[in-house]
Write a protein that binds this ligand. Structure first.
Ligand code: KG4
Length: 364
C-alpha cells in the first residue's frame, strides 16, 4: 500500500498560534489559539505575542495531530510560515518546526504567509465522513486574487496549470497592484480606534455598519494610476470629518458627540466600509477587464467583511465573474492555508534547508 502524504503546518506570523494537518490533500484539522492579551493595548504587542506563542504552540500542535488522528511518526514533512510577520512570533513557529523535523528526520517546508492566504482557495476540507467535501471548488488559472489584510492590499495574478496535474503544483504569483501606503485592514483598524472601538476594529466596523447609512458621510476616494491602492487619504478624510463635527457640535470627545448626533458611529462605520469596498472593487474590476480574466478570488482577514463579500457576489453577477470567497475560518490567519501550500510544495519536492531563517518583510 502506498504511504500517505501527511503534512503538519505551523502558523505563528502575528497573534494567532495555529497548527493544521492535511492527509493526502484533504484537511483533517485546523486548530487556532487567538491571543486575547493584546486587546487592552489596542494593537498587537510583539513581545507579548512571542510569549503567548511559546505557551500555545505545544498544546495547539498536539490538538491538531489528535483531531487529525495521526501520530507524529506518521508525518511526511513539516511546513511553517517563514514570513512576512513579526520576527519574534515567526521565530517561535520556525524553531518549533525545525526541532520537530530534526527529531523525526523529515523535511521542512517554508511557506510565504501571503501565498498561504491565496492557497486558502485550494483547501479541500474533509466532509463529516472524513473523506472530501463535495463543496470543494477551486479557481482555475489564471485568476486574480484580491489579498486584503491588516498589512496588505494587493491584486495578485495567479497562474499555473489546472489542478490536479502531474506537473508543478504550486502556482506562480505576480503582484499587479498594491497599496502605496496603508492597507485596507489598517484603515479599518485605525478609524475604529478613533471611534473608541476595540482592537481589531475591522469586525466592529462591519457589525456597526449594518445599522448605519452608508451615504451619510461622503469620504475621499483616491485617484491613483494603474491598479495600485491608497488608503491614507481616506483615513485623513475620516479624521477631518470627525474633527469638523466635534467643532460644530462643541463636543470634546467622541462619546459626547455621539450623544448629540444620533447613530453617529453606525453611520460613520457604514460610510467608511462602503468607501473602502468601492475603492477595492473598482480597481479589481479594472484589472479583470484589462487582463480579460473572469476568475476572481478574495483572501486575507478583510475578506471576512460582509459588504466586501456581498460586493464580490454583485460584481460576479454584473460582470460575469466566477467568484471565490473563502469560508470565514480561512479568512484570518490559520495554519490550514499554510498546510495547503506546504502540501503542494511537498509534491513539488520544494524543501527548505534547516539553517534558513524567518523574514519579517517580503513580497508574495
Ligand atoms: O489576514 P489577517 O488575519 O492578518 C494579517 O494582517 O495578516 O487580517 C487582519 C485584518 C485586521 O485589520 C482586521 O481588522 C481585519 O482583518 N478584519 C476585518 C474583518 N475581520 C477581520 N475587516 C473588516 N471586516 C471584517 N469583518
Amino acid at each position: 500500500m502506498e504511504k500517505k502524504v501527511v503534512i503538519l503546518a505551523i502558523e505563528s506570523s502575528c497573534d494567532d498560534t495555529s497548527a493544521a494537518v492535511i492527509v493526502d490533500g484533504v484537511l483533517k484539522s485546523n486548530v487556532i489559539a487567538s491571543q486575547k492579551v493584546h486587546e487592552e493595548f489596542g494593537g498587537v504587542v510583539p513581545e507579548l505575542a512571542s510569549r503567548a506563542h511559546q505557551q500555545n504552540i505545544l498544546p495547539v500542535v498536539d490538538t491538531a495531530l489528535a483531531r487529525a488522528g495521526v501520530r507524529k511518526e506518521d508525518l511526511s514533512a513539516i511546513a511553517f510560515t517563514r514570513g512576512p510577520g513579526l520576527l519574534g512570533s515567526l521565530l517561535v513557529g520556525t524553531s518549533f518546526a525545525k526541532g520537530l523535523a530534526l527529531a523525526l528526520g523529515i523535511p521542512l517546508i517554508d511557506v510565504n504567509h501571503l501565498q498561504g492566504h491565496v492557497m486558502a482557495h485550494f483547501i479541500r476540507p474533509a466532509s463529516p465522513d472524513g473523506v472530501q467535501s463535495t463543496e470543494y471548488r477551486c479557481p482555475s488559472f489564471p485568476f486574480l486574487c484580491l489579498l486584503v489584510s491588516g498589512g496588505n492590499s494587493q491584486i495578485i495574478k495567479v497562474t499555473g496549470e489546472r489542478l490536479p496535474v502531474t506537473g508543478k503544483h504550486m502556482p506562480e504569483f505576480e503582484i499587479i497592484g498594491q497599496t502605496i501606503d496603508d492597507a485596507a485592514g489598517e484603515a479599518f483598524d485605525k478609524c475604529a480606534k478613533v471611534l473608541g472601538l476595540p482592537y481589531p476594529g475591522g469586525p466592529w466596523i462591519d457589525k456597526l455598519a449594518k445599522l448605519g447609512d452608508a451615504t451619510k458621510y461622503p469620504l475621499a476616494k483616491p485617484n491613483i494610476a494603474g491598479y495600485d491602492y491608497s488608503f491614507s487619504g481616506l483615513k485623513t478624510s475620516f479624521l477631518y470629518t470627525l474633527r469638523d463635527m466635534l467643532k460644530a457640535e462643541g463636543a470634546e470627545t467622541i462619546d459626547a458627540l455621539a450623544e448629540r448626533v444620533p447613530n453617529l458611529r453606525e453611520d460613520l462605520c457604514a460610510s467608511l466600509q462602503a468607501t473602502v469596498v468601492d475603492i477595492l472593487m473598482r480597481k479589481l474590476r479594472k484589472a479583470a477587464k484589462d487582463l480579460g480574466i473572469n476568475q476572481v478570488a478574495v483572501a486575507g482577514g478583510v475578506s471576512a467583511n460582509s459588504a466586501l463579500r456581498q460586493a464580490f457576489i454583485d460584481y460576479g453577477k454584473k460582470y460575469g465573474w466566477e467568484v471565490f470567497i473563502p469560508p470565514f475560518s480561512f479568512t484570518t490567519d490559520n495554519a490550514a492555508m499554510i498546510c495547503q501550500a506546504g502540501y503542494f510544495k511537498y509534491l513539488d519536492g520544494d524543501f527548505c534547508a534547516i539553517d534558513e531563517v524567518p523574514y519579517a518583510k517580503t513580497q508574495i
